[in-house]
Design a protein around this ligand. Structure first.
Ligand code: PLP
Length: 410
């Protein structure tokens, strides 16, 4: 059952649990924000820092050896992403990759050219589109379960003829998964290039369904790799003006000395997940389903966002019957569970999540919504303990004169 090597405390710390202030292991349920460094990635990073720390662009043999390791990493990443190596560009992460594509489509565009984005895209896409395209951004709505309808997409693409369609593979707040292959078909039929933000998909689901996308992006820290490293997979024969100007690294697609140790660590952990973890997806879905059943029976009035849609096995977005989500985060934290109210990039903002309102939730419902996101290291017992803690907190809340359980329909 265990899909990660090593076992024992290392395994627990790296994945489903994090060391708390007093050295105990806290069940960590904010993996869509970031996943602690996986031991496979750590070992690869340390080894490469010792043996491949030189600039791969140097003119001597030792630098050529580092360059050879970079080439090897690119080939392995290309296999993982189903593409030729010359289509793989290493970047600092998903945000940079997204900005590169969205900015890269501006040169040569006319005043009537537009970009289309799904209404539930991450701020990395929404803000980049707004910054580089201003008023020329059109939104593609989703249904009440957060799904983009591929038939509707096909119609919109033929009517609006955008220069680029940005369609995320899996949502960071709700875990709702897009029918990527159907969207690829719609984009192809309309001749519109597709940027697929697969930041929450890669490392959790097989990448084979993403192969037809034109631009594909992701970041290593969402699957246990180091922070500050990610990838952009270009379309066959495709090129873009580099966002980061400077030297001619990455085949001229992205300037700056390559972060070879982090690249090697990212590839190593992704290979590990592909071989050892992905075969366990159905078991993970069972764990999530049992947790949701526990919540539904122990917390009357609770609702799961996107229930009925295809969702990531690791993510539960739950509308609680009472109390605001800040209260829940704090109380669960005190009981040793780290959870989140939604996107880490939006935390601290007072406005209701655009993802939840796109699902049709009211602002009040959005304020009662928690995001729980696990990793491959999360065990059934962790989900169970979280469910028990939430049920017991709800009882505490009902007894409180200050925080009442509200009408779940309000
Ligand atoms: N896209 C999605 C769906 C994400 O969840 C995130 C991070 O939360 C990003 C893009 C941006 O990733 P990063 O901040 O690591 O560049």
């Amino acid at each position: 059952m265990q899909c990660l090597p090593g076992g024992g405390e290392d395994f627990r710390v790296c994945s489903g649990r994090r060391k708390g202030k007093y050295g105990h292991l806290m069940p960590y349920f904010d993996c869509n924000a970031t996943v602690p460094l996986h031991p496979v990635a750590r070992a690869a990073w340390l080894e490469a820092s010792d043996t491949a720390g030189l600039n791969p662009g140097g003119p001597y043999r030792a630098a050529a050896r580092v360059h050879a390791r970079l080439d090897d990493a690119r080939e392995r990443m290309a296999v993982l992403l189903g593409a030729r190596p010359d289509r793989v560009v290493f970047t600092s992460g998903a945000t940079e990759s997204i900005n590169t594509v969205i900015a890269g489509m501006v040169p040569g565009s006319g005043p009537d050219d537009r970009v289309a984005i799904t209404a539930t895209e991450h701020p990395a896409v929404r803000s980049a589109a707004g910054f580089f395209w201003g008023e020329r951004v059109i939104e593609l709505g989703v249904d009440g379960l957060g799904r983009l309808d591929s038939g509707e997409l096909a119609r919109r693409l033929l009517t609006d003829r955008p220069r680029l369609a940005c369609i995320m593979a899996a949502n960071n707040e709700t875990g709702v998964v897009t029918a990527v292959e159907a969207c690829v078909e719609a984009c192809r039929a309309a001749g519109v290039p597709m940027l697929c933000d697969a930041t929450q998909w890669v490392g959790k689901l097989p990448t084979s369904k993403l192969e037809g996308t034109d631009f594909l992006v992701g970041g290593a820290h969402k699957f246990g790799g180091p922070k500050g490293i990610g990838f952009l997979r270009l379309p066959a024969g495709g090129s873009l003006p580099p966002l980061i100007q400077g030297g001619g690294q990455e085949g001229g697609h992205r300037a700056g000395t390559e972060n070879v140790p982090s690249i090697l660590a990212m590839v190593a952990v992704l290979e590990h997940i592909a071989n050892e973890c992905l075969p366990e997806i159905s078991g993970r879905e069972v764990m999530r389903a049992a947790f949701e059943e526990k919540l539904k029976s122990g917390l009357p009035g609770v609702r799961i966002v996107g229930e009925g849609a295809d969702r990531l096995w690791n993510t539960v977005s739950v509308i609680l019957p009472g109390g605001d989500n800040g209260w829940w985060v704090q109380k669960l934290d005190q009981r040793g569970f780290e959870v989140s109210t939604g996107s880490a990039c939006a935390s601290g903002h007072d406005t209701a999540s655009h993802v939840l309102t796109a699902h049709g939730l009211t602002a009040a419902e959005a304020r009662r919504t928690l995001r729980l996101s696990a990793s491959w290291g999360t065990e059934a017992a962790d989900w169970e303990a979280l469910g028990d803690a939430m049920v017991s907190l709800a009882a505490e809340q009902t007894a409180s004169p200050v925080i009442r359980v509200v009408d779940p329909e309000s």
